[in-house]
Design a protein around this ligand. Structure first.
Ligand code: ATR
Length: 286
């Protein structure tokens, strides 16, 4: 067994992983806090996930963030899971406890809700009606967050209706409704928040063409950050609405892991945002 490292080491695990912004983000925070520590990317295939997780604590790692396609496996491998992990069946943060047990958390929903609070404080305070487009893993985190924050109404729309039903059935919430994908543009004026969790608008995918002219009071959020200003966010800006991009959420899902593993505050500021945008511009999309 390796001697414990003299400073904390953590990682982000995924397949692929090369373009992950997490190492850059955590190193920014390490530097800002003047802390010794390391955070790097690990490219692990699904077949090797369990072996890798068993090995990391022996190598001195204190924890790991977990991204696609391992989030479900991360939830399953843990000895201790918090409520958010149970609700979503997915984890993005594993902590290797001193007694050998593994603790799983999911901070994706925290990143989302903290981004809304920071960038759309009036809407966050109102906790009114939210429209969630998509029904994949990312949508599950967002529905969980909105439910946990007691939003008055959550409306789901997904191209494949059955997937929206499957997602809704996991959350027993009578304030959660499903509308047909074809009707997502109706009644936009009623919403305080519109969130796109689909692939539409990502580089290489077709765009989400939503006419936001009637969305009088909504903040509009896109969870992707390649590109940073998606067609949906450009449309929101054109209509004078608050536009929240995927970096805003990414930074805030990472902060709880940093605080927990490295024991210092992780400040989400313009310096961090500029630092991450620089990497996006240099390396191109993930
Ligand atoms: P994630 O876990 O990252 O959310 P996912 O589970 O693959 O990813 O979900 C992708 C979402 O994008 C789904 O809601 C998907 O809709 P379907 O359930 O109908 O597949 C949505 N999506 C992908 N391509 C789409 C398209 N061309 N039009 C509309 N929705 C699309």
């Amino acid at each position: 067994m390796a001697e414990p490292s003299s400073f904390p080491i953590a990682a982000v695990i995924g397949d692929p992983i090369a373009h992950s912004l997490s190492p850059r983000m955590h190193r920014y925070w390490l530097k800002a806090a003047r802390l010794a520590g390391e955070y790097g990317p690990l490219h692990i295939k699904p077949a090797d996930f369990a072996d890798a997780i068993a090995m990391l604590p022996r190598l001195g790692f204190v924890g790991a963030n977990v991204t696609l396609p391992h989030k479900e496996a991360a939830a399953a491998i843990a000895d201790e899971t918090e409520d958010a992990v149970e609700a979503m069946g997915a984890a993005n943060m594993l902590t290797f406890l001193p007694d050998g047990r593994i603790e799983a958390r999911n901070t994706d929903w925290i990143g989302f809700i903290e981004a809304v609070k920071a960038e759309a404080p009036l809407q966050a305070a109102a906790r009114g009606r939210a429209l969630v487009l998509g029904a994949g893993g990312a949508a599950a985190g967002i529905v969980y967050a909105l439910q946990r924050e007691s939003w008055a109404s959550i409306v789901l729309a997904n191209r494949t209706h059955e997937k929206a039903q499957a997602l809704a059935s996991r959350f027993q919430n009578d304030r959660l409704d499903i509308i047909p994908w074809a009707e997502k543009e109706e009644d936009l004026g009623d919403f305080d928040l519109i969130v796109n969790t689909t692939k539409l608008g990502m580089l290489g995918a077709s765009s989400l063409n939503l006419d936001l002219a009637s969305a009088r009071k909504a903040a509009v959020m896109d969870i992707v950050y390649t590109p940073l200003r998606t067609p949906l966010l450009r449309e929101a800006e054109r209509c004078g609405l608050i536009a929240i991009d995927g970096l805003s959420m990414l930074m805030r899902q990472g902060a709880p892991a940093f605080q927990s593993w490295f024991g210092a505050a992780a400040t989400v500021d313009e310096g961090l945002r500029a630092h991450l945008i620089e990497a996006l511009e240099r390396d191109g999309p993930a």
